[in-house]
Every structure is written in structure tokens, then in C-alpha cells.
Write a protein that binds this ligand. Sequence first.
Ligand code: AMP
Ligand code: MG
Length: 491
Amino acid sequence: MSEKQAKNDAGWKFDNSYSRLPNFFYTKINPTPVSSPKLIILNAPLASSLGLDEGALRSSDSLAIFAGNQIPDGGLSIAQAYAGHQFGQFNRLGDGRAHLLGEQLTPQGERVDIQLKGSGKTPYSRYLDGRAGLGPMLREYIISEAMFALGIPTTRSLAVVSTGETFLRETEQSGAILTRVAASHIRFATFQYASEFGTVDELRALADYTVLRHFPEATGAENRYLALLQEVIKRQAQLIVKWQLVGFVHGVMNTDNIAISGETIDYGPCAFLDVYEPGTVFSSRDSEGRYAYGKQPDIAAWNLTRFAETLLPLLHDDEKQGAKLIEDAISDFSEQYHSNWLSGMRSKLGICNEESEDDSLIEGLLHLMQTYRADYTNTFRALTLDRPEDTIMYDKLDFRQWYELWQARLSRQQEAKAFSHQLMSNNNPAIIPRNHRVEEALTSAVVQGDYSVMERLLDVLSSPYAYSAEQVEYATPPVLSTNCYRTFCGT
Ligand code: AMP
Ligand code: MG
């Protein structure tokens, strides 16, 4: 065991398969030690599913690992290289403030990345400081865990530690490090990096690694790289629909923030809709609305096209035929997206069979919500609870007409009302991490050092489909719509 490696009694069982890729893909580098780390929050259920012992994770040895002061036994710290499109501009990037410690092999036989975020500079830091603030790391913790509970594929958060150090951004910030758990950190931008700066052999090594790690069934396909592309498209079509259905706005869908695995990754300026308004943008950096709620599906297709292009040399010996394969695969995305969306929306409205007019019934409701500035989550919540009088649209004639159409539609299926109701409550969260609630929890934590508000919020967010009494107060929208709420990328 090397000097820097910590005793391994928490249950870490590391492999480092990513480090067996060509050196081109990463730099071996340890985190920068911090002066006086403190454990702020630990995710006990996640720890246990990873085969880790909660008690041991609360020890000083584990604190040293979460703080980047020691590398766990079997781990090998690296920063990953990537290069991708940020707001449409291609840039050479890489983990500028993150260190991948290795892959935990879980008791369920899974392999998940364990990464520190906010753990110091790397060769990819450019002019940036390598650090992260306590507020933004707790924000990632809360939202990623809320997404998990909503049933949306996502990276997760194992722990946040404060570093005991401050750094300067717009204002002085308390430093923190998040331990992130991900199916992997292979991004669209990892492929772009290989395609732009690597050899075809390096690109193939990455593609083969990705197939083996995430899409093993594609190994036997006639064209495994086409199978890889199709599978990545399928997962994006599933993921983006899930975002749209709950009103999640990622905020910074740059190609370095899109995971090949199909998980949501990189919770920066993300937020959830209050009022249904497709033009909603939360990020202060997104002045042009590139990543607005309603644009997410088109941006996903754009990102997929950038990813697909990287595979060109692998797809076919003939470039033209390769391009045709890409074109067909990408056009499939829109169809898959629409059909997943339609089926998800039918479920949100308790509809079990298919009618050709369902699309316009759904669009009709969305249009009404937009016109009357109705809260997205609470409209579906009111319909689920069979309390249309709870929506602000209730006294509007056109809403009443829509409601009658919907009731008539429900009567044209065999399933009992109770079945429809169950379908709706399984698909319409009673609560989401509302911006004003998240801010309130973060202020309490960061300014007052009081974590109880956040802990309670995390608790209610952990079962969003429960419709429990304690959730009622968390369902209240803010007094003023926070769709004009701004998230800052002091992330
Ligand atoms: P993001 O917008 O958070 O996805 O980050 C884009 C790129 O900037 C990634 O390569 C990050 O690693 C890097 N980055 C963001 N913040 C910092 C920071 N404080 N120090 C170093 N690199 C950073
Ligand atoms: Mg990023």
C-alpha cells in the first residue's frame, strides 16, 4: 500500500479500468489536500447499495478520502480529458476540478465511478481555481437525489465535505467537495476529444471500452459502433422525455455535460419549472435561451449529431455510407422522442389506450397552462387528486371545455377509474425540488450552518409520488413565479 493510500475498512473495492485506456485519455494526478475537512452530509442508503459501511464512512480515515487528502486503497486518482461544445463553441476541456478515484465494484455486480468534484487543480483547469463552493455542491446533492427519487437516470451524491478553506469568486465562498457516483464519466465530449485530437486507434479504444462497459449486448452486433450510436440515441430519447415530463431544465446541455450512459450529469444552473412556459431559462449564462426548457429535445438531437460524427471513421469504410447511417440514426431520435413523450403524457393523464387525438388533447392542456400561467407540477397534481378546482384555470371556460374532453376520453377505455388514478399518481410527482425551497435550504446550510432545513427537504423529496400530508407545504409554488429565478454558474 502506498503512503498516500488510506486503510480500506469501509468496503471500497476498486478497479481502475479507465486508467487502462491509452494515456491520451487522462492525466494521473492526486487531489490537492485541504486543511480542515468536515463531513457535511453522507448518503447512507447509497453507501449501503455500494457495499460501503456507513459507520466506517463517518471515520476520520474516510473523511480524508472524501476531502482528497488520501487515496483509498485500490484507487488511482486521474483527471479525464475531453473536448466539446460549450454553447455551440468547441473547446478543449477536461476535469478541471475533479478527480476520478476509481470504479467501485458493488455487491450487485455493478461498476460505478467514484469521483471527487471541487478537489483541486488539474492540467485541465485552464485559468480556473479547481475548487467548488459549499452551496453549489449541496445543490447538486439535493437535485441529483431528487432526480433519482423521481425515477430519472442520474449520477448520485455520496457525500459532501467542507474543506475549511475559502476562495474568491464574485464573493468569498466556503470550499466543498462532492463525492459523485456515476455509471461512468464518459461524455459526448470524450468522443469529441478522441475524434479531434486522437488517432483512429485511440477513438476505437474508447468506443470498444464504452461498448463493453455500457452496452455489452452490442459486442455481438454486426456493426457494433452503429449499435453503440443507436443505443446512445435510445437512452437520450428516454432521458430527455423524463426531464420534459417533470419540468426539469438542465441549463447547460454542453456536450461535456452529456453522459454516454444516459444519466443526467453535471448539476450546475439546473432548476424545475413552476409556471409552464417552454421558453423558461434559469441560467444567468444562457442569455440567448439556447438551453430553454422547450428547446431541450432539439439540443439533444444537436448533441447526438456531434457525438455521431465522431464515430464516422468507425461506422463504415465508405464515408458517404457512414454519413447515411448517422443521418438515419439521428432522424430516429425525433420519432423515439415523440413516441416516448406521448406515452409518458398519456400516463400523466391516466390514459391507458391510444387514440389519434391524444396528441392534441395533451397539447391543449399545455397551451392552457401556458396561457393562464398555471404551475406545471400542481396542475397535474390537481388532476391526479381529482380536484380541478385547485388549478388557477378552474374558472376559465376553455379549461372547463378541456376538462370535459379529458373526462370523455377517460370514459373511452376499459380500465377502472382507480387504475387511471394510480397511473397518474405514479407519473405525476406531488412535489419537486422547488427553487425557493432549495434556496431556503441552502441559505440555512451555508449562511447559518443549519442543515436541518436541507435534511427535511431531502426527506420529503425522497418519495415524490407518495402524496403524503407532510408534502403539502412543499407543493406550494413561490409567491412570485420563479421562472424568472436565476441560477448562477458559481458552480
Ligand atoms: P461546467 O460548465 O461546470 O460543465 O465546466 C466546464 C469545464 O470547466 C469543465 O472542464 C470543468 O472541469 C471546468 N471547470 C469548471 N469550474 C472549474 C473550476 N472552478 N476550476 C477548474 N475547472 C473548472
Ligand atoms: Mg461539466
